[in-house]
Ligand binder design. Structure first.
Ligand SMILES: *Cc1c(COP(=O)(O)O)cnc(C)c1O
Length: 404
């Protein structure tokens, strides 16, 4: 049974106050809060077995290596990858996308086409633009419609024999739209294009099955999944990871090194140069265990209740407009009230203990589409409550009356 009061006990930060008011944390799309089990795993690592991995003969190093590789297997099972070495531990989503983009440099030629969606986070736009500059490939955009949904008719028309890669987020961080990635992947494969899905915003709510999706690359960040910052994953199909050259040179990613010739290590080490975020990787595994113990079905259905409740209450506020009204969305609400600048609303909400995000949410093309400088974004997690939404609505009404 889903018991939010009991779940809240797992998150020490939810007990703190901000400006003398109980914290209401509605910035979950930027980063999630950390349960005690994950904090304990971090403390345990540094208290009991902090050591460098893979090379050590001593006990601490072996313990750390075992735990780190256990975490990789937890991640493999969570995403249902076929092999553990198809999971590359990265510094996060941005790092993972840059790895793939850089790898494709040697595989593209002038005139090749890449397709991006209009709903992307900057981290799934800029690395590809840099790749296009280097290779002469051309970037095409799947447009969106007024409700923040991708125009799939145009997508199908953009695909052709020159299309080499398609990249799209599973869920938009700015609007919450859940994109039809199954259709995107299937259509891309018909023209032999590879697909990278940015799952940073989807993975806190949805448990993806990379084999069922038949996706080529899937990336995500631990810190949006109740894990620590600075760690994430690149899932890649074995055949693709073997085809791509390594991203960085250094220790750990080699088989043999001499000044005449270096040969690279096999997967996953080929992509994991240097000492990784060992503690972060282990804590990521613990965070996944925690989320799975709560249950992704329960998480999604409870968050959906919060989304409907908040949407209904917000729409009663005069002049309030919600951006992103897809029927298929996660618990993210982007909005503005009349001509009030989002930053002003966010600053007043903060004084009342409420954390929301304001601005372009690293998705300026979406803001340009709506011709707005930004939005206020409230994003809910399974540890939020309807009572918090009521506090937020009252505070928002106060802010609006002060600012208009
Ligand atoms: C947060 C986010 C990113 C960036 O993740 P980092 O952890 O900052 O690398 C990329 N794409 C989407 C959709 C996001 O929500």
């Amino acid at each position: 049974m889903f018991n939010v009061d009991k779940i809240r006990e797992d998150f020490p930060i939810l007990k703190r106050e901000v400006h003398g008011k109980p914290l209401v944390y509605f910035d979950n799309a930027a980063t999630s809060q950390t349960p005690q089990v994950v904090i304990d795993a971090i403390v345990d690592y540094y208290s009991n077995y902090n050591a460098n991995i893979h090379r050590g003969v001593h006990t601490l190093s072996q313990e750390a290596t075992d735990k780190y590789e256990e975490a990789r297997i937890k991640i493999q099972h969570h995403f249902n990858a076929k092999q553990p070495y198809e999971i590359i531990l990265t510094a996060g989503t941005t790092h993972a996308i840059n790895m793939v983009a850089s790898g494709f440099e040697t595989l593209l030629q002038k005139g090749d086409e890449l397709i991006v969606s209009a709903l992307e986070h900057h981290s799934n736009i800029v690395p590809w633009q840099m790749l296009c500059e280097k290779t002469g490939a051309v970037l095409k955009v799947i447009p969106m419609t007024g409700d923040g949904v991708l125009d799939m008719k145009t997508y199908h028309k953009l695909l052709n024999k020159n299309t080499k890669l398609v990249f799209c987020n599973h869920v938009s961080n700015a609007l919450g739209t859940i994109n039809p990635i199954e259709e995107i992947i299937e259509a891309a494969h018909k023209v032999n294009a590879a697909v990278l899905i940015d799952g940073a915003q989807a993975t806190p709510h949805i448990k993806p099955d990379v084999q069922a999706l038949d996706v080529d690359f899937y990336v995500a960040s631990a810190h949006k999944l109740c894990g620590p910052t600075g760690v994430g994953l690149l899932y890649g199909k074995q055949e693709w990871l073997e085809k791509l050259p390594p991203y960085q040179g250094g220790g750990e990613m080699i088989a043999t090194v001499s000044f005449e010739k270096t040969t690279y290590a096999g997967l996953p080490h080929k992509f994991e140069a240097g000492t990784p975020n060992i503690c972060g990787g282990i804590a990521f595994g613990v965070a996944l265990d925690y989320m799975n113990s709560v249950g992704f079905k329960q998480i999604a259905s409870y968050e959906n209740e919060l989304l409907e409740y908040a949407t209904e209450k917000l729409l009663q506020i005069e002049g309030l407009k919600i951006f992103g009204t897809s029927k298929n969305k996660t618990a993210v609400i982007s909005f503005n009230v009349g001509a009030i600048h989002p930053y002003d609303i966010g600053a007043i909400l903060d004084k009342l203990g409420i954390a929301v995000r304001t601005g372009h949410h690293c998705a300026q093309p979406i803001m340009d589409y709506f011709q707005i400088p930004g939005t206020v974004r409230a994003s809910f997690s399974f540890y939020n409550t309807k009572h918090e939404i009521e506090i937020f609505i009252d505070a928002l009404k106060r802010a609006v009356s002060m600012l208009s």
